[in-house]
Design a protein around this ligand. Structure first.
Ligand code: LLP
Length: 421
């Protein structure tokens, strides 16, 4: 459920109509709804009620400081994967005691940043990384609180590019090597490995893979405890899927009940790292139709947004619903069109043979479910401006990242001496 609905014939984010916003801001732009972000956070938090837990919002899904701060005010922590994301979380006011640092290739500089900030936990994914963290922590005379990410070898049944829990994926240590790795961790200076982490992939629509991964996690925890390790923290990762089209996503309450059932009895503090679930359906990308062009086999609707603004369709063949900002008549005829951007490659396609009501140049379209992995994956490819972001709250709105124009980022280029006139 989100807060993007037609009001007086115009698609609105809460009480702000997107046509007015487009006139003020220009297109394309992302628009997020505060009420939707809050609703999704609360639904997930409620689902885990009764369990000692922290929701560490996965900043990679939407790292806008205003978005993070909206969630932090509700009590969210943050899951970060780089020094840059750590800075964003801190700037948004997330307490360091609620920040976990994930990722398969943290540099020692990033480890130092994390330790200096005093974050809750570093999720370590390999023995070399453990040794590197030990060096940094011991050098500073501090203890790094560590969860070791195990790879449970479970198929999450999602897109191959976002599945992470199979033995052939680069993530975590093989689950059956946990005793060896925790024994090694115990001997390393500056390391307190009191946690276990798992994350099997993103956009999961089935709870069964979670069940298998969490049962494995529980068994590993029990085994480690039997060997004398003080396991008191579990990180269950993120990945819960959302409806982009007509998929049935598992209700957070069912996920929560499963979590409580499997890991509740361990009595650990539990962190979870949802990103898409919170931000995905809390954002749209608003774009204007530039041209409609009839090819010999199909009609192309050419819009002013492109794959540099929203990469998911080009990268994962992802489906995003597309709706006109002006509400079509209930009986409006729909015809198949390809919705494409202006970039010089065929992959710059948002929808193929999508049945849309007739649109003409100047009309506005909203590409839905674009709040997660949208603006964060945007680039300036083809010399295009960096897309702006707007946050709506009730009848108010604010530009939370302005458009970055081509001449501004061109200023980062520098000529070598031999090309100077
Ligand atoms: N925790 C870890 C360790 C992760 O790697 C991820 C996502 C998350 C949490 C958050 O997952 P979520 O709840 O958002 O599914 N760009 C892709 C998604 C990449 C996800 C990477 N890891 C897409 O647009 O579908």
């Amino acid at each position: 459920m989100d807060h993007f609905t037609y009001k007086d014939g115009l698609l609105s984010a809460e009480d702000v109509n997107l046509a007015d916003l487009a006139d003020q801001i220009g297109t394309p732009f992302y628009c997020y709804s505060r009420a939707t972000l809050e609703r999704h956070f609360r639904a997930f938090d409620d689902a885990l009620a009764g369990l000692d837990h922290t929701i560490c919002y996965a900043v990679k899904a939407n790292g806008n400081v205003a978005v993070i701060k909206t969630l932090a005010q509700l009590g969210a922590g943050a899951d970060v994967v780089s020094g840059g994301e750590l800075m964003r979380a801190l700037k948004a006011g997330v307490p360091p005691s609620k920040i976990v640092f994930s990722g398969v290739g943290k540099t020692q500089t990033e480890m130092a940043q994390a330790l200096d900030a005093g974050i809750y936990q570093v999720n370590v994914e390999s023995e070399p990384e453990l040794v590197a963290l030990s060096e940094v922590a011991a050098g500073k005379g501090v203890t790094a609180h560590v969860a070791i990410r195990i790879n449970p070898d479970v198929d999450a049944k999602t897109h191959a590019k976002i599945t992470t829990g199979r033995a052939e994926n680069k993530f975590g240590i093989d689950w059956d090597r946990a005793p060896e790795v925790y024994a090694r961790a115990r001997d390393l200076p500056g390391i307190d490995a009191g946690g276990i982490a798992v994350h099997i992939g993103s956009q999961l629509l089935d709870l069964e893979p979670y069940r298998r991964a969490y049962e494995r996690l529980r068994d590993v925890a029990l085994g480690l405890r039997a060997q004398g390790h003080d396991i008191r923290r579990l990180d269950l990762g993120g990945g819960l899927g959302i409806p982009y089209n007509d998929e049935q996503a598992p209700p957070p309450a069912e996920y929560g009940a499963m979590v409580k059932d499997i890991v509740g009895p361990l009595g650990c503090h539990v962190t979870v790292e949802p990103g898409r679930l919170i931000a995905g359906n809390a954002g749209v990308l608003v774009t204007r139709v530039l041209y409609a062009k009839d090819g010999s086999t199909r009609r192309f609707v050419i819009v002013d947004a492109a794959m540099n603004d929203l990469l998911r369709p080009a990268l994962y063949d992802a489906y995003h619903a597309i709706v006109p900002v002006t509400e079509p008549a209930a009986d409006a005829e729909r015809h198949p069109v390809d919705v494409v951007g202006p970039i010089c490659e065929t992959g710059d396609t948002f929808a193929v043979q999508r049945h849309l009501p007739a649109v003409k140049p100047g009309d506005l379209l909203a590409i839905r479910s674009a709040g997660a992995y949208g603006a964060v994956m945007a680039s300036t490819y083809n010399g295009r401006p960096l897309v702006p972001e707007v946050l709506v709250s009730g009848g108010d709105h604010a530009v939370v990242r302005r458009r970055v124009e081509a001449e501004e980022f061109m200023a980062f280029d520098a000529l070598p001496p031999w090309l100077m006139d």
